[in-house]
Write a protein that binds this ligand. Structure first.
Ligand SMILES: [Zn+2]
Length: 262
């Protein structure tokens, strides 16, 4: 069984670019094209030719390289039909449930609105090994955190989180930014006694001290540590002054509101 080769690299101040390559089929995709020069250098360094760009959302720090890289390589750009007018160079408009052939793999499209109207999460089952998938959540879900709600409601974002939470727990999550340390500070403020979160903090602090990324992260770890996936935690509800009868999306909304001013 083939495995995807995955290359994650920094862009701008705290964005990540990711290349995925199927060596058998000779196809290479960039998840977004955050910074043209950084994506080009990563491609050249690995000796890869770009064939696809999978866009998570329209924000400039995720699509800056679309035009230049498309002109250079003739790659096909995929992005949400909802945001086709705002995604530069888009060739293929995608919707929830679509499955895109990528070499011997299949890229599944999950619409995950909230951060933007057309935000998309991409999931690839068996990407690394049988039973070991990967997902690219863009700025929807971060490690221990959640993207800002620029174009959606908290209830919408909560539904997006539920979709991601339903992926296999072994799924490795790649996110658009390195925000983990700041996110953990907030997570600990609302759930100070969470042992898994304290363990993750130690791991993250050690990685950052060595200048290493804290991503990807298994979904299983996020389920234990990300407050935005843990709206049913009695400790979190208690910190927020919300009872057991508060609907999950209301707990989510209150968490997002508090994080905005944390
Ligand atoms: Zn964004």
């Amino acid at each position: 069984m083939a495995a995807l080769e995955i290359l994650q690299f920094p862009c701008w101040d705290d964005n990540y670019g990711v290349l995925i390559h199927d060596p058998k089929a000779g196809v290479t995709a960039s998840i977004d094209a955050p910074e043209e020069s950084a994506v080009r250098e990563a491609l050249e360094g690995a000796g890869l030719k770009l064939s696809h760009i999978f866009t998570t959302h329209h924000h400039h720090d995720h699509v800056e390289g679309h035009g230049g890289l498309k002109r250079e390589t003739g790659c096909k750009i995929y992005g949400s039909a909802q945001d086709a007018s705002r995604i530069p160079g888009i060739d293929v408009e995608i919707e929830d449930g679509d499955r895109i052939a990528f070499g011997s793999f299949e890229v599944q499209v999950l619409e995950t609105p909230g951060h933007t109207r057309g935000a998309v999460t991409y999931y690839i089952a068996d990407a690394i090994a049988p039973g070991q998938g990967i997902a690219f959540t863009g700025d929807t879900m971060f490690s221990a955190g959640c993207g800002r709600l620029f174009e959606g409601t908290p209830a919408q974002m909560w539904r997006s989180f539920e979709k991601i939470a339903a992926l296999p727990p072994s799924t490795l999550i790649y996110c658009g930014h390195e925000y983990t340390q700041a996110n953990i500070r907030f997570a600990l403020a609302v759930e100070p006694g969470n042992e898994a979160l304290l363990k993750r903090k130690a791991e993250v602090d050690a990685l950052r001290a060595q200048g290493k990324p804290t991503l990807p992260v298994p979904l299983a770890t996020e389920l234990e540590t990300n407050p935005f996936l843990r709206v049913n935690s009695p400790a979190i509800r208690e910190s927020l002054g919300l009872g057991a009868d508060t609907p999950p999306e209301k707990v989510f909304e209150e968490l997002r509101r508090r994080k905005d001013t944390f």
